[in-house]
Ligand binder design. Structure first.
Ligand SMILES: *[C@@H]1O[C@H](CO)[C@@H](O)[C@H](O)[C@H]1NC(C)=O
Ligand SMILES: *[C@@H]1O[C@H](CO)[C@@H](O)[C@H](O)[C@H]1NC(C)=O
Ligand SMILES: *[C@@H]1O[C@H](CO)[C@@H](O)[C@H](O)[C@H]1NC(C)=O
Length: 387
């Protein structure tokens, strides 16, 4: 016990002594701590001020970004431009179903609330290259705001137009088009749907790689824009290649007296283009019951439009072809055919109705021209075609 007490005593004494020492040292330590504290506070406030300023700058920058973004990234904004600016890139990942749905949007207010300059959409249905491109380039020169170009070629074809060409980047996503079969109509409808996405396109003309314009751009633009009618060859042919191809399974949608025939090359306005791409009633019937010897390309558009909008059709095509040599296909002209006499004849001996009046200008385009005709055509175009 004593030992324990004794043993306990010295620590107590030490503690007391220590405590006395501590109480003596306290004011000094306190001052040190206080000084440290003040320094710390000062530093923190300095740091805070610095941080607040910095955050303010960051916030300003952040809030400025949304204002700058549309300019930098060319994102569509929420004003009218969003609806009237054509897609900057023709390549998209929409399926045909999605594309046709999107293209079927039609304004219900007839008057446009902005200055709209109607454009002609030139839709090239081609297998691969466009051998007559230099001629077309010359034709389009100086009319940039009045036309758009769309090309549907075989998916396997890699175009190689220079960036200065009017054909550069104008390919639309394509799928196999079997010449003379149903998928040609698919390709034509796909061209129309893509061209409809640009609200400025008002006229839609289908041309091929073997087509040439017969007049200068000004003349063609005027002819199309001033016409009361769209140009779709559409006639009732009582013979075996007309009504003879009609299949009664198409009833009740199409009866034999509604059955029409016409060449594949057409020029339609926006209204008719919308009718074509939004048709879900007649197209399936044609897919099912127009099989060789019935050619969908020669019957579907002429029949559909004669049923849906007969009063808007001129019932004639703007594209001239030469059937005079006979056979199943029209003549293809080669380099040797392109003479002054031939060029003169391109505009001669025509008679037709234009806006219900007799006219001598009936065809604006002609086919079929082989690639070998290019050099001769370039020589003759200024004098005989006006471009
Ligand atoms: C275009 O052709 C028409 C007639 O064919 C002519 O009157 C007109 O001057 C030509 N325009 C230009 C810009 O060459
Ligand atoms: C074909 O259909 C049209 C429109 O429904 C009708 O006016 C016409 O009489 C029909 N023709 C025949 C031969 O059935
Ligand atoms: C075109 O043919 C349709 C019948 O298919 C007719 O109703 C229309 O009047 C014709 N158009 C012209 C300009 O004659």
């Amino acid at each position: 016990m004593v030992l324990m007490e004794e043993g306990n005593d010295p620590p107590i004494t030490t503690t007391v002594i220590n405590r006395t020492n501590q109480s003596r040292a306290l004011p000094h330590r306190l001052i040190q701590l206080l000084a440290l504290f003040i320094i710390l506070c000062f530093s923190i406030s300095l740091f805070s001020i610095y941080m607040i300023r910095k955050t303010e700058v960051v916030t300003t920058v952040t809030s400025a970004i949304p204002i700058l973004q549309p300019c930098i990234q060319e994102q569509p904004n929420n004003n009218l431009d969003r609806w009237i600016t054509p897609p900057s890139n023709l390549i998209h990942t929409m399926s045909d179903k999605e594309l046709f749905w999107r293209a079927s949007f039609v304004p219900q207010v007839i008057k446009y609330p902005f200055a709209r300059v109607p454009k002609i959409a030139f839709m090239f249905l081609a297998k691969g290259p466009l051998p007559l491109a230099p001629l077309w380039e010359r034709f389009f020169k100086g009319h940039t705001s009045l036309y758009s170009i769309y090309i549907h070629s075989l998916p396997s074809y890699e175009p190689s137009f220079p960036s200065t060409s009017v054909f550069y980047n104008r390919q639309i996503p394509s799928q196999i088009a079997e010449w003379g079969r149903m998928s040609m109509c698919d390709a034509e409808r796909r061209l129309l749907a893509n061209a409809l996405l640009d609200i400025s396109n008002e006229y839609f003309i289908l041309v091929s790689e073997s087509c040439i314009p017969l007049y200068n751009f000004t003349m063609i633009y005027h002819y199309m824009t001033q016409s009361k009618y769209s140009f779709m060859g559409s006639f009732d042919d009582p013979g075996p290649f007309g009504r003879g191809r009609y299949n009664p399974n198409m009833l009740p949608e199409v009866n034999v007296s509604q059955w029409r025939k016409g060449p594949q090359w057409f020029e339609v306005n926006r209204k008719l283009a919308s009718i074509i791409i939004s048709d879900v009633k007649y197209y399936p019937k044609f897919l099912e019951f127009c099989r060789p010897p019935c050619y969908v390309d020669e019957h579907y558009f002429p029949t559909l439009l004669a049923i849906r909008a007969p009063n808007l059709l001129a019932n004639r095509s703007l594209t001239w072809v030469d059937w005079s040599r006979g056979g199943a296909h029209p003549a293809t002209f080669g380099a040797n055919d392109i003479t002054e006499l031939f060029m003169n004849k391109l505009h001669e001996g025509r008679e037709c109705l234009y806006n219900d009046e007799p006219s001598l200008v009936c065809y604006l385009f002609a086919r079929k021209f082989a690639p070998s005709t290019l050099q001769q055509l370039l020589v003759f175009a200024p004098e005989f075609l006006g471009y």
